[in-house]
Design a protein around this ligand. Structure first.
Ligand SMILES: *[C@@H]1O[C@H](CO)[C@@H](O)[C@H](O)[C@H]1NC(C)=O
Ligand SMILES: *[C@@H]1O[C@H](CO)[C@@H](O)[C@H](O)[C@H]1NC(C)=O
Ligand SMILES: *[C@@H]1O[C@H](CO)[C@@H](O)[C@H](O)[C@H]1NC(C)=O
Ligand SMILES: CC(=O)N[C@H]1CO[C@H](CO)[C@@H](O)[C@@H]1O
Length: 394
């Protein structure tokens, strides 16, 4: 008889149990104490971000919740049967960590004791799990070149999220997705050291194509996309080698700038086709300034280069590229991250440098490819700056 009354009361209370709030964590409305049964569900802390590198990752994505009836008084012999979709777990534990895919919206639990017929069923509906989706495409700047996850030691090579792309969990895209408050995040980290628009970003099986496949699997574009592009297209390595040989040819670079401008427009067109509206583009970090904010190559990092040549390159190439990037960002409605202040006194010859030197690169990763890239402190500062941007929903 008592069981029957409980059952009736549960039916009466059932609609209340569906009132839920998903704002910060899944928290189901607390039911009146007269309610015979309710369970508490909290999100389980998950390491952010979940890496989404293929469509399968996107589809498999889950959120872990902790469903608990530990606050109810139950006899020790009670069995709990948790049910989500086709999955059934029988346990004596009063709580259960359950992974929900975005299509699963109902959790139920049945309590049963061996000799009594009491059986209480409760079902709660939660809206689809929705991680904040970040994507990063571009070159070594956003891949985190120069900053292995674990530096090399005697006998074992440096460790990276991906060693052919020099992709690092110390890079700003990863740091930003790690630090997003109160939501789970996923990151499609596609940036790859050495990428240009033609080789890496828009090429066949390139970064944009891989992103497109994930967008199709998801049925929606990423919430925000980070982009670092232009440095390899303009040919930063050529710039350095030309100023070393005292052969900086402005005319040659004028043509390159014309080409890079066109390449960025091609990237913009693809992003538009994919309905990616929130694009954050970073200008290039200035490697040339010392602690006084003055262009300085005297520490030898640039090799044998005259100061006038370095000043010329700084003005006619590095700054000019950043002006182009800012202009393009404005034209395409992208958010720009201006790093001028960050690197104003912290170039490679600064006493307080934020740039990897060749020696550091050799020591950390066993080759020189990391040199001239922002170091891990720089990535932390850039990530902080991005997290403070308005209108990104971080
Ligand atoms: C789940 O909830 C129960 C009861 O509230 C708690 O004791 C347990 O530690 C939680 N488990 C996790 C993984 O959060
Ligand atoms: C972008 O949006 C348009 C219009 O809503 C839609 O037709 C198109 O399929 C979308 N593209 C992708 C890749 O989702
Ligand atoms: C880099 O390493 C080389 C060889 O180990 C050394 O001779 C040179 O002084 C170092 N340069 C700097 C700037 O520390
Ligand atoms: C569950 C969770 O992460 N809650 C956090 C939401 O954000 C506030 C303010 O940043 C934190 O205090 C909570 O811990």
């Amino acid at each position: 008889m008592l069981a029957f009354l409980y059952f009736v009361q549960m039916l009466i209370n059932f609609p209340k149990m569906m009132v839920i709030s998903w704002n910060n964590m899944i928290s189901f409305q607390k039911l009146p104490s007269s309610a015979p049964l309710n369970f508490r569900v909290t999100t389980v802390y998950q390491q952010n971000p979940e890496l989404w590198m293929t469509p399968a990752d996107v589809i498999r994505s889950t959120v872990a919740v902790n469903a608990s009836v530990c606050h109810l008084t139950m006899s020790k012999s009670t069995w709990l049967t948790w049910k989500v979709g086709d999955r059934v777990v029988e346990t004596r534990d009063c709580n259960q960590v359950i992974r929900l895919s975005s299509s699963e919206t109902i959790i139920s639990v049945t309590l049963s004791t061996p000799f009594k017929t009491q059986k209480f069923l409760s079902e709660l509906i939660s809206p689809p799990a929705k991680p904040y989706w970040l994507a990063a495409i571009g070159d070594s700047y956003s891949s985190g070149q120069g900053n292995p996850d674990i530096p090399m030691t005697h006998g074992s090579p440096a460790k990276w999220l991906d060693d052919s792309c020099y992709r690092s969990s110390k890079a700003f895209p990863y740091l930003v997705s790690q630090k997003i408050k109160n939501v789970t995040s996923s990151l499609s980290f596609l940036s790859c050291s050495g990428s240009t628009v033609d080789h890496g970003i828009l090429s066949k099986n390139g970064q944009m194509e891989r992103l497109e496949q994930m967008i199709l699997a998801r049925g929606a574009p990423p919430d925000v996309l980070f982009l670092t592009v232009g440095g390899n297209d303009i040919g930063f390595t050529d710039v350095i080698s030309m100023i070393q040989r005292d052969k900086l040819n402005e005319k040659f670079f004028d043509m390159r700038f014309f080409f890079v401008s066109h390449q960025i427009d091609r990237v913009a067109r693809r992003l538009e086709e994919l309905n990616i509206t929130r694009v954050v583009i970073l200008d290039y970090y200035d490697v040339t300034r010392n602690e006084k904010g003055v262009v300085d190559g005297s520490c030898g990092a640039f090799g044998q280069v005259s100061l006038p040549n370095l000043q010329l390159a700084e003005r006619k190439i590095f700054q000019k590229l950043n002006n182009l990037l800012r202009r393009k960002a404005k034209q395409h409605g992208w958010v720009t991250v201006d790093t001028t202040e960050i690197f104003r006194t912290r170039g490679i010859c600064s006493k307080d440098s934020l740039i990897r030197s060749r020696n550091e690169s050799m020591r950390l990763q066993g080759n020189e490819y990391g040199s001239f890239h922002p170091n891990e402190d720089a990535h932390v500062i850039i990530a902080e700056k991005i997290l403070k941007l308005d209108n990104l929903g971080f």
